[in-house]
Write a protein that binds this ligand. Structure first.
Ligand SMILES: Nc1ncnc2c1ncn2[C@@H]1O[C@H](COP(=O)(O)OP(=O)(O)OP(=O)(O)O)[C@@H](O)[C@H]1O
Ligand SMILES: [Mg+2]
Length: 420
């Protein structure tokens, strides 16, 4: 370089960082400074242009420290007055963290005593009027039923099937109210399976409604009589404690890999149960962490539920963190332009914070185009080591080394299972 160039490219410049507000994450590798982060203070202060929402996505290959970062965020956020929710923990690795922080974990699986009724109606927040709350609960229940049946049937529901779900739900809720009981999935399946009741409810003398609901009844049977029987089809044995700092739902004992459908159904029920309990805007700032979210990316029903939840979350004071491996997990939701892809890309667009840990070389192109990485950033991502990530916070970029406290390291260790 000539001296003329050098004087132009003054080398002693570094990003000023996001300021000292928020949770300490670690070291900003280029600025050699502490790196702190708090999505709500960034969102409220307007310090970063284009920071339009508190949600974050975290992607990286296996074992690079994604869960460790998410757990540090959780641990440290609790010290800042946040509450933390992990609606589905397929590896069961959040239980120790929740317990160590004074929270709870609920384990679900065959033979375990925990029961969770996803049709539970949570207590109405004082700020929401009665009517609006009833409408909200009904909407959530319908979304849940549509999501579950869609996942099992692996296809979009027909308009007549949506109507059948609508009717069946109303019948079951009216019955439950008359008996002072709670509506259950099994009852919805029964009504769907009984063409007479549906046809009566609609006054459809040609009997078309009942036969249209048969597929739905079969789909719901999996939750009632199939491999998930008992878990989500009984009154809840667990209560949501809004004062606990943390709650995780451990799904590691569901067993069976191969077919992800059982896990996806369980995740749908567990997150529906938890999300409706989080609908109180007066509950303060909260993180909802979807670790291992890549497992659900292919399931449009879950993406749909996530999207509608995320739309609400900002107003409720909720920041969502979604963790996956490759950016292309997002693309697996469907072909370009398909509903699944549009939903997945919409979720990504709803994340003002993108944290990229190391990616496989063949993934760099996809990552760069999805996230709009520059050439320098793309090269940086290919060389990241454990705990080190490229943080894209709206338009700004940082390479940050996440620093673990020794006690956190002991608590978060996922390698222990591998050692003798
Ligand atoms: N910043 C860090 N400094 C030191 N050790 C770390 C750091 N981050 C993670 N580790 C250690 O690396 C191991 C793997 O981390 P972690 O389980 O978080 O990876 P992961 O990316 O979530 O993997 P997977 O994709 O399999 O879920 C853990 O035992 C953890 O203690
Ligand atoms: Mg992990």
């Amino acid at each position: 370089m000539t001296t003329a160039t050098v004087s132009g490219a003054y080398p002693f410049l570094a990003e000023g960082g996001l300021g000292a507000e928020g949770i300490f994450i670690g070291r900003d590798v280029h600025a050699e400074a502490a790196f702190c982060y708090d999505p709500f203070s960034l969102y409220n202060s307007g310090r970063v242009d284009g920071f339009t929402n508190p949600n974050a996505v975290l992607a990286g290959i296996i074992g690079m420290g994604k869960s460790a970062l998410a757990k540090s965020l959780a641990t440290r956020a609790i010290a800042h007055g946040y509450r933390v929710y992990v609606p589905c923990d397929p590896k069961g690795e959040w239980t120790v963290v929740a317990q160590a922080l004074g929270g709870h974990s609920i384990a679900l699986g065959p033979g375990l005593p925990g029961r969770m009724n996803p049709l539970d109606a949570p207590a109405r927040p004082t700020s929401v009027p009665e009517r609006a709350w009833l409408t909200e609960i009904r909407k959530r229940r319908l979304l849940l039923l549509a999501g579950l049946t869609r996942t099992v049937l692996k296809r979009d529901l027909l308009p007549v099937e949506h109507t059948a779900l609508d009717l069946a739900l109303d019948l079951v809720v009216a019955d439950a109210e008359a008996h002072g009981a709670v509506p259950l999935l099994g009852e919805v399946a029964d009504v769907l399976g009984s063409s007479r009741r549906l046809d009566q409810a609609l006054g459809d003398h040609a009997g078309r409604m009942g036969s249209a609901a048969e597929d739905l009844a079969h789909a719901l049977r999996r939750l009632v009589h199939g491999d998930l029987s008992g878990m989500f089809d009984a009154p809840s044995t667990v209560a949501f404690d809004p004062t606990a700092p943390m709650l995780s739902i451990d799904l590691s004992r569901l067993g069976g890999t191969g077919d992800d459908t059982a896990l996806v159904l369980a995740m749908t029920c567990a997150s529906a149960w938890m999300e409706s309990a989080l609908a109180d805007p007066a509950s303060g700032k909260r993180w909802v962490i979807y670790d291992e979210a890549w497992r659900v990316m292919r399931h449009i029903a879950l993406l749909e539920r996530m999207q509608s939840q995320w739309k609400l979350s900002r107003g409720l004071g909720i920041a969502n963190l979604m963790v996956f491996h490759r950016l292309s997990d997002l693309l697996s939701a469907g072909d370009a332009g398909s509903r699944g892809r549009v939903l997945a890309e919409g979720l990504l667009a709803d994340c003002s914070t993108r944290i990229i840990y190391r990616q496989e070389p063949d993934q760099l192109g996809a990552a760069a185009s999805l996230l709009g990485l520059s050439g320098v950033e793309t090269r940086a991502v290919s060389a990241l080591t454990k705990g080190r990530g490229l943080w894209k916070v709206a338009g700004r970029s940082f390479v940050t080394q996440h620093l673990l406290h020794p006690e956190e390291k002991a608590l978060f260790d996922t390698d222990a299972r591998m050692s003798p």
